[in-house]
Design a protein around this ligand. Structure first.
Ligand code: CUA
Length: 331
């Protein structure tokens, strides 16, 4: 008995530790939904949990009864008789539970496809390891940050440039794979303004765990202002240091992979930088978008996010500072 008790204590402690490890305040939580689809999915999760628990408890109770009765002489047949009990417990019950779950799952709008009448369509393209974001019909290309208006269904068209990624913003929608050569669509809708963190949910290589993105839900007028700002090309620099910074950009390897609208830079391998300074993070949600991290990212991107496609750029101090000034002016 003592050994059993010790084993049980150990199990409870291990489970407690495991759950304690899950306590990450502020992390996205699929059970704290902020949109209709996510709410449906959270409800479905609770239905599955309750049904699963009920079946588990039933099985454990039956097991307990049979263990307690073991070895006793007066063995009574189970209710419904032996065959009836097996049919009821082994066929009827699982079929009923399965059908109930299927009805809930199919009826859940979180699992259903978009209606097709969404006003705003955003293409999201998975790359190793960042997200390209293109607003259809609005002439906006950005990265790792998806602005949406609050309370409106937004159609997302998902695809991949390289390997399979999976788009997941737990508080707004379920996961959806981004498969090369395929286009899939889902609808997200946010009930309230806020920043919702998303994460790649399909192992896609070395930096899979560090492929995050932000969905920023804004009131319609604020969103419209954001759209207008993003549609502007990069301004013609007036200060000498900004002009030097642009020259450094155009004459170094940056220009092969990045685009800045309003300049000759038209690279498509890396994120569009036209409004780099308006974004919150660098490296797909990994670093705050400040001067120090930006400098580190330019000079030695491989030590910040090993394996990413960006090569190091060697610059003299003055050139680097001018380039940083220029990039920080791209709001
Ligand atoms: Cu992209 Cu995992």
């Amino acid at each position: 008995v003592r050994r059993t008790r010790r084993g049980l204590l150990f199990l409870v402690a291990a489970l407690g530790l495991l759950l304690w490890g899950c306590d990450t305040a502020g992390a996205p939580n699929a059970l704290d939904p902020s949109g209709p689809a996510a709410r449906d999915l959270a409800f479905l999760w609770w239905v599955m949990l309750v049904l699963g628990l009920a079946v588990t408890v039933l099985v454990l109770v039956l097991l307990g009864i049979s263990l307690l009765r073991r070895g006793r002489e007066e063995d009574r047949p189970p209710p419904l008789g032996t065959t009836g009990f097996i049919v009821a417990g082994g066929v009827v019950l699982p079929v009923v539970v399965g059908v109930v779950l299927m009805v809930f799952t199919v009826g859940s709008s979180g699992v259903n496809r978009p209606a097709g009448d969404e006003e705003l369509t955003i293409e999201v393209v998975g790359h190793k390891w960042w997200w390209e974001v293109r607003y259809r019909g609005l002439d906006i290309v950005t990265a790792n940050e998806i602005h949406v208006p609050v309370g409106e269904p937004v159609r997302l068209e998902l695809r991949s440039e390289d390997v399979i990624h999976s788009f997941w913003v737990p508080e707004l929608q379920g996961k959806m794979d981004m498969t090369p050569g395929r286009e899939d669509a889902m609808v997200i809708e946010a009930d309230r303004p806020g920043t919702y963190r998303g994460q790649c949910a399909e192992y896609c290589g070395l930096q899979h765990a560090r492929m995050a993105m932000l969905v920023i839900a804004q009131e319609r007028d604020e969103f419209d202002r954001w759209v207008a700002g993003q549609q502007e090309p990069a301004p013609e620099p007036e200060l000498a240091t900004l002009r030097l910074g642009r020259e450094v950009f155009m004459s170094s390897s940056c220009v092969y992979c990045h685009a800045i609208q309003g300049t000759p830079a038209r690279g498509v391998l890396g994120p569009d930088l036209t409004h780099l300074a308006s974004r919150q993070t660098l490296g797909a949600g990994q670093f705050p978008n400040d001067r120090g991290h930006l400098a580190g990212w330019i000079v030695d991107p491989q030590s910040m996010k090993p394996g990413n496609l960006m090569p190091a750029t060697f610059l003299e101090g003055e050139q680097l500072q001018a380039l940083l000034d220029y990039l920080e002016s791209l709001e």
